[in-house]
Ligand binder design. Structure first.
Ligand SMILES: NC(=O)c1ccc[n+]([C@@H]2O[C@H](COP(=O)([O-])OP(=O)(O)OC[C@H]3O[C@@H](n4cnc5c(N)ncnc54)[C@H](OP(=O)(O)O)[C@@H]3O)[C@@H](O)[C@H]2O)c1
Length: 317
């Protein structure tokens, strides 16, 4: 058995949590993992692999102290209720401190130091980082860029089906990153020494505009897709017409995505105004291999994207 102490992971049933858990299990650490979910049944497969699956809910602080008991490190994966997560995350941080956790790792977001950044997610992340720093535990801020998966794989097929990718991101540039690369960085930080009180900016390998990303999708998939620039009000109207709520609703998704428009519109504005124009080599520094690119994601998922776009085109309006 490795020298590694126990690691507790919140959000372990989500996409990021599953990816990180998979990598930790591949390192032989299954029995060192405590996995938290509001629905432990979702993690029955992990229990069968030797992980300790426990019930915990950010909204029920009393459940969290018992849930994190015995852990040396915590990977706090941010929750989904954008704009209302500070209370939730503070409950998890307080529970970790009370249970004697020594080091907390948090999935934060890039570009949050500037108070002028209009992205609604900024507040949740900076306040959570502040709570982590004030907790007395060692901390590591894993500041992830925009997930390429969220744009290419989730939004891509609908945009390809209509040929138009509407966004209020304008000509802003960002270095979108693979979610799995973010999880790999978390795993590297959790399992190697020297990450106390550090901030990492975990980005893809190059800055790109949405025009450039749409051109890549067009070239690689053959679908005639173009980026159509809209202003914030037009972007809200598009989301309203899709039935996307302005504020987040727990466990509510539209077309499979748990989004809300206040988050997305302020996010697009943040890109447009340059707050997310950050590109680093932190993925390579942490994991020993370069960050994968948006091009690679489109190439590797070309057939899936084309099939999903055909499916989306057939859906009734
Ligand atoms: N950088 C980006 O571009 C970007 C994009 C999307 C999301 N994110 C952030 O990254 C996080 C992870 O992404 P993901 O794709 O893994 O999300 P996901 O698949 O939607 O998973 C969300 C996780 O949050 C947990 N959760 C939600 N509410 C909870 C609560 N009240 N108490 C305890 N756990 C709760 C869920 O656990 P149970 O349902 O099992 O309790 C689930 O495991 C997201 O939550 C979001 O904060 C970042």
């Amino acid at each position: 058995m490795s020298e590694q102490g126990k690691i507790v992971i919140t959000g372990a049933s989500g996409q990021y949590g599953r990816a990180a858990t998979e990598m930790l299990i591949a390192k032989g650490l299954a029995e060192k993992l405590i996995l938290i979910s509001r629905t432990p049944d979702k993690l029955a497969d992990r229990a069968a692999q030797g992980c300790d699956v426990r019930y915990g809910d950010y909204d029920k602080p009393e459940t969290l102290v018992a849930a994190v008991q015995g852990a040396e490190k915590m990977l706090l994966i941010s929750g989904t209720r954008v704009g209302a997560r500070v209370v939730q995350h503070k409950a998890a941080i307080d529970a970790a401190a009370a249970a004697g956790v020594k080091h907390i790792f948090y999935t934060s977001f890039i570009g949050i130091d500037d108070p002028a950044n209009p992205a609604e997610v900024r507040h949740d992340h900076i306040e959570t980082e502040n709570a982590m720093r004030a907790s007395g535990m060692a901390w590591t801020a894993l500041r992830d860029a925009h997930y390429a998966d969220a744009m290419i794989l989730a939004v891509g097929p609908n945009a390809m089906a209509t040929g138009k990718w509407f966004s209020n991101a304008g000509d802003g540039r960002e270095a979108m990153v693979w979610r799995d690369d973010c999880a790999a960085c978390a795993v590297a930080a959790l399992t190697t020494a020297g990450h106390e009180n550090r901030i990492y900016n975990i980005t893809g390998p190059e800055l790109q505009t949405f025009d450039e990303v749409a051109a890549l999708m067009r070239d690689i998939t053959g679908c005639p897709i173009e980026h159509v620039k809209v202003d914030d009000e037009q972007q809200y109207a598009i989301f309203d017409a899709m039935g996307i709520p302005r504020r987040p609703i727990d466990d509510h998704s539209v077309s499979g995505i748990p989004w809300n428009s206040d988050d997305m519109v302020t996010f697009g504005r943040s890109i447009r105004e340059g707050y997310l124009e950050i590109c680093t080599n932190d993925v390579e520094m942490l994991t020993g291999r370069p960050a994968r690119s948006v091009r690679q994601m489109i190439e590797e998922n070309k057939d899936l994207l084309i099939a999903a776009a055909k499916g989306a085109a057939k859906e009734p309006a």
